[in-house]
Design a protein around this ligand. Structure first.
Ligand code: NAG
Ligand code: NAG
Ligand code: NAG
Length: 316
């Protein structure tokens, strides 16, 4: 643990628990710090944090916020520290930098389906009508390749005016496109030829040992791969491809990075001070905006992109 960081924490504790002047506090902090340094190896830092948080439990909210902010600066994340995010990104001390993080995946495959919809009703047999996927390298967060197809719905071939309004997708846009199974085939070829998913036709990848993937999907929420894709596959009598069994929910990663759980894509953009590019609820534009969010948090916070979600096919 960093000295400056520890000093700040100890100063703050003394400030909260004593009436001494600032120079006395600083002096005692330095003394304490030298002791803590030597016992640190024997102490479990989690126990220290738990103890101190107990000490602070009865204190004011403002003090708790400052404490949370300091803990964050020292790269501890505490579950009760959700309000700390409102104090903005931390910037002092030698903390773990995004550069120290070794990413698990070579590529993140940002995916955002749009589907047939009606105003205020959950339509039966909802179908995918836009299938965008942006592959981003975790080395430099640059776009490696883009897959983008519109899909012709089969069960409800006419899309509603509400749906056009929401997604910007017009009847003409999908009229001459392929049905889902053909588009999924094209997608699978795209994944294979770009080497995003190796050994793509080997369905024995569909097991618990999914550490053999070099890429995984990132979606905003879990709807795309937990609900929409399995429903679409069942409608078309297709097995769910093995590579869709686990993925990353961007909202959860956002929470891990900032301690704030976002409600939507727009919410994440707002919190990061990014203006929305293009049209919200257009699949491709939403994917581009997700890419900007990913790049921003990856450069700002020491966050590792790892699986957050899985389908029932993956056993615990
Ligand atoms: C996977 O299988 C499909 C259909 O059987 C085939 O067209 C495709 O070339 C195969 N892809 C690879 C990378 O072997
Ligand atoms: C398919 O994948 C399994 C497990 O990942 C592997 O043991 C096997 O050799 C692969 N089969 C082929 C034909 O590559
Ligand atoms: C966001 O932008 C506003 C206005 O430009 C600025 O006042 C604020 O400090 C920014 N917040 C962050 C976290 O960058």
């Amino acid at each position: 643990m960093n000295h400056l960081c520890m000093l700040a924490l100890v100063c703050f504790l003394l400030f909260v628990h004593s009436n001494s002047s600032s120079s006395v506090i600083l002096h005692s902090s330095l003394l304490l710090l030298s002791k803590i340094e030597s016992i640190e190896k024997k102490l479990n830092i989690d126990d220290v944090i738990r103890g101190v948080s107990y000490l602070l439990a009865a204190r004011t909210k403002a003090q708790k916020d400052v404490w949370c902010w300091l803990m964050k600066a020292c790269t501890f994340s505490l579950s009760w520290c959700t309000s700390a995010a409102s104090l903005g990104p931390v910037s002092f001390g030698r903390r773990q930098t995004p550069d120290n993080i070794v990413q698990k995946f070579k590529y993140l495959l940002i995916l955002d389906f749009e589907a047939t919809c009606e105003k205020n009703v959950q339509i039966k047999n909802q179908e995918i009508i836009e299938f965008p996927c942006i592959a981003v390298s975790t080395k430099n967060w640059e776009i490696e390749s883009i897959f983008h197809e519109y899909v012709k719905p089969r069960v409800n071939p006419i899309i509603s005016p509400f749906c056009t309004e929401l997604t910007g997708i017009m009847q003409e846009t999908i009229e001459n496109e392929e049905y889902f199974p053909v588009v999924l085939d094209k997608f699978s070829t795209w994944l294979a030829t770009n080497n995003f998913i190796k050994d793509i036709n080997n369905s024995s990848n569909n097991n618990n040992n999914n550490n053999n993937y070099e890429s995984t999907f990132v979606t905003c929420g879990d709807w795309d791969l937990k609900v929409m894709l399995p429903n679409q596959c069942s409608l078309d009598n297709l097995p769910v491809p093995h590579y869709f069994n686990q993925w990353i929910n961007l909202k959860r990663i956002f929470y891990m990075a900032t301690q704030y759980y976002p409600t939507s894509l727009r919410d994440m953009l707002n919190k990061l001070n990014l203006s929305a590019q293009g049209r919200l609820h257009s699949g491709i534009h939403d994917s581009v905006n997700m890419k900007r969010i990913i790049e921003t948090i990856a450069n700002k916070y020491p966050v590792k992109f790892d699986y957050t979600s899985k389908t029932k096919a993956i056993l615990d």
